[in-house]
Design a protein around this ligand. Structure first.
Ligand SMILES: C[S@@+](CC[C@H](N)C(=O)[O-])C[C@H]1O[C@@H](n2cnc3c(N)ncnc32)[C@H](O)[C@@H]1O
Length: 205
């Protein structure tokens, strides 16, 4: 992504935050609020996803039945995606032990303990243990995306599955932006700091 694109993306995110003309109900709002309280108290990396219900809306739009997420925090986005698609199962990955325990508690409070599995550990290690080519939607929300983790998420997706890659505003390595901009591998568009990328069949050359 060029410097100009980054500035423009930041501008769009700020404008969206200021204007924000529509306020749809968010059934996972209590988890979002708990996440914000937790982060304020602990000054940790549990930032509830800034674009709110976007992952859930995309999960509903594509009818995602199998969803994988990197970056659970207290379970806000995994809960909202599971609530948006009542037949979906979410595998969500979180490194921080305390976040894992709190997320399990929050998810159980919403009755989602059987539909959201919280895996504790590093994203790259755990993604390798999940079924390849089987997921409809992959959501990255664990700090700055790396090329390694995006490739691992790509491998989990079926062809036609969607990757929602958040936190692009944090300035990922060039390989990440090159990967997501590659039209032979993805059909991509951006929403503020997030890219939505549909996995394409690799073209034989
Ligand atoms: C921005 S928060 C996730 C917010 C969550 N999606 C939500 O909307 O509430 C990022 C989380 O990713 C976790 N994390 C960071 N690096 C990770 C890694 N390599 N593997 C797994 N989790 C990671 C952090 O501990 C943190 O809880």
């Amino acid at each position: 992504m060029s410097a100009w694109s980054r500035v423009r993306t930041a501008g769009v995110a700020v404008a969206a935050a200021v204007r924000d003309p529509i306020h749809p109900d968010d059934p996972a709002v209590a988890v979002q609020a708990a996440t914000r309280r937790h982060r304020k108290a602990h000054r940790c990396g549990a930032y509830a996803y800034g674009e709110g219900p976007l992952p859930a809306t995309i999960a509903a739009a594509v009818g995602a039945r199998r969803i994988v997420e990197v970056g659970t925090a207290l379970g806000y986005t995994s809960a909202s995606m599971a609530l948006a698609v009542p037949v979906a199962h979410v595998d969500t990955i979180e490194l921080d032990h305390e976040h894992v325990l709190l997320a399990r508690e929050q998810l159980a409070g919403l009755g989602l303990q059987d539909r959201v599995t919280v895996h504790e550990g590093d994203a790259v290690d755990l993604l390798a243990t999940l079924e390849a080519g089987a997921y409809d939607l992959a959501f990255f929300d664990g700090f700055t995306p790396t090329h390694e983790v995006l490739l691992a998420l790509r491998d989990r997706l079926r062809v036609g599955g969607s990757l929602l890659a958040g936190n692009l505003i944090l300035g990922p390595e060039q390989e990440v932006t090159r990967e997501l901009e590659d039209p032979s591998r993805w059909r991509t568009c951006t929403f503020g700091e997030t890219a939505l990328c549909v996995k394409r069949e690799p073209v034989e050359r």
